[in-house]
Design a protein around this ligand. Sequence first.
Ligand code: ZN
Ligand code: ZN
Ligand code: ZN
Length: 137
Amino acid sequence: MTDYAHTRYCIETAAKINAARDEYQEKWPHHCKSCGGWGGTEYSFDPSPAGISLASGTMTDFEPCENCICEGICPRCGSFAENFEDETSTCSECGWKDGDDGIPHPNECCCYDNSWLDDGWLESAYEDNNGCGLEVD
Ligand SMILES: [Zn+2]
Ligand SMILES: [Zn+2]
Ligand SMILES: [Zn+2]
């Protein structure tokens, strides 16, 4: 833990994400812990700053998780599913299929000691360039 002053945005977002993560964890207690139930890791080659939601034109690549999908195990419910190497397969237990969401990603906090800034400045900064990994509506 740090002593950094989190922005109101950061705190609210972290709380929201943590609640969503708890909910996922409760719903899918056996999800793959290495990939978080995503079935792998997505690599983005988007040149825009980290945290901005994928915009059109973003290059992404997906690396299947070695601990679940590559072993024929459903990333979400943890049950063994034959032929999971096939990218188009669907889990017969929970219906997970390639491309389905896993546990929400943790809040990427990039707060530093910004207590000298007032919230108004930060909010406009987030809107401009989304400094804290937040998704701006
Ligand atoms: Zn923060
Ligand atoms: Zn996995
Ligand atoms: Zn499943």
